[in-house]
Design a protein around this ligand. Structure first.
Ligand SMILES: [Zn+2]
Length: 410
């Protein structure tokens, strides 16, 4: 169920990288190899583990026996696949014990905070969202996130020592040093380092990324993009952003700011954007921009929350504005298709719920403007994870280091 293609970075690359970050003895490195293989692909048998890890049959058996006794690995129920049978006995599939450790995800949008406690394979065992005015209230927002995390651990009876860490994402550009590139986007957060603040409030080691990057990680590992290593996730919510996965890795750029397609220039001398430029994609294609256009035209208050009702009612004006937004987004994505030659574009965020009404114009515009030979190679789909993509992706950053953390635990 959790199989994923291992192109791009090889198994040995990943094990080597993890082993270098924390020097290990031979037994720990063996444990790391087995745990990494089971993290990559649940339901792997001992003979398959031997093939994937390069360890001898005896070593695999000994390591697995120790880790089953320690509660890190478990034998799956059910029959093994026929091809796994050897010498008349089925090869028992093995998986990580999904409740051996957890990671917390915290998704901070413009108007909500969502917290999920995820097991080792990234499935939420506790998931709650609370509405909160975020942009002008950083400390209240961070306090709320910390309260939700506390509740999650308490209600699931998970002690802190079983939590590998906290992955947080936020609706703002995030620099590699953990500061926000939020001037004008979330003005109340200037000078605040949300990761450090969350660490102080929760006692958990925290990592912070941009929300579209978090969505990309989740759709790549658990969702629509799980069988591809070259994909773009585009998040269409209050803001517009993209997360780019190239050769299996999230592309962050030199300072962590890659993928901010909402701030591509698309209209000469267009409306002023909150980033400080003019004519950005966000100013013509975000739900806020769509609602503003309709409000100006109809002379009555329209908010982004009204859009689903207007679109469901087949309001001609709303459909036309959505189609134009799809074309503007499609032109920006056509540039990404030409530059990165992705196999898949995954549409996420609030506007993804409009389905083909938005995806259709996006697909059509990409076909018209991207490099013609790259067009047949890209599939454009809506995300599979819906509004849980960001919080699960944030937690997945912590879980990516789970094999190393568990290998040196005991
Ligand atoms: Zn902008």
């Amino acid at each position: 169920m959790y199989n994923r293609r291992l192109a791009g970075q090889t198994f040995c690359d990943r094990v080597e990288e993890l082993a270098v970050t924390a020097p290990m003895n031979l037994r720990e490195e063996g444990r790391l190899r087995v745990l990494q293989a089971l993290y990559d692909s649940a339901g792997t048998s001992r003979p398959e583990l031997g093939r994937v890890t390069g360890l001898s049959r005896a070593t695999v058996s000994s390591l697995v026996a120790d880790m089953i006794a320690a509660g890190l690995v478990c034998e799956d129920n059910g029959l093994a696949e026929p091809e796994n049978r050897s010498m008349g006995r089925p090869a028992q599939p093995l998986s990580l014990n999904r409740s051996a450790a957890y990671a917390v995800g915290a998704d901070i949008g413009h108007t909500h905070v969502r917290v999920a406690l995820c097991d080792l394979y990234g499935s939420p065992v506790w998931d709650q969202v609370e509405m909160q005015e975020v942009d002008g209230a950083p400390h209240e927002t961070l306090d709320l996130a910390a309260d939700l995390i506390e509740r999650a651990l308490r209600e699931c009876f998970v002690p802190r020592e079983r939590v590998l860490g906290l992955g947080a994402d936020i609706a703002s550009p995030v620099r590699s040093d953990g500061s926000l590139g939020a001037d004008g986007i979330m003005p109340g957060w200037a000078g605040i380092r949300p990761g450090a603040e969350l660490e102080r409030r929760t006692g958990l080691a925290a990592q912070l990324i941009n929300d579209a990057n978090a969505g990309a990680l989740a759709e790549h590992r658990y969702g629509a993009g799980r069988d591809t290593d070259d994909m773009v996730y585009v998040r269409l919510s209050a803001g517009i952003g993209a997360g780019i996965v190239a050769a299996g890795r999230l592309l962050l750029g030199t300072g962590g700011l890659a993928g901010e397609i909402g701030h591509l220039h698309v209209v000469q001398a267009g409306p002023a954007c909150r980033c400080g430029n003019r004519g950005c994609l966000e100013t013509v294609a975000s739900p806020v921009a769509i609602a503003r256009l309709l409000q100006d035209s109809w002379g009555q208050p329209i908010t982004p929350d009204d859009l689903p009702r207007l679109l469901a009612g087949n309001s001609a004006g709303a459909l036309r504005v959505l189609e134009d937004a799809g074309e503007a987004i499609g032109r920006a994505l056509a540039g990404l298709v030409t530059l990165f030659n992705p196999q898949m574009i995954v549409i996420g965020g609030d506007l993804a719920a409009t389905g083909e009404r938005l995806a259709g114009p996006i697909r059509h515009t990409i076909a018209r403007h991207a490099l013609p030979s790259a067009v047949p190679q890209v599939t454009i789909v809506t995300g599979e994870l819906g509004s849980s993509a960001e919080v699960r992706g944030a937690a997945s950053r912590v879980l990516a280091h789970a094999p190393r953390s568990l290998a040196i635990m005991g």
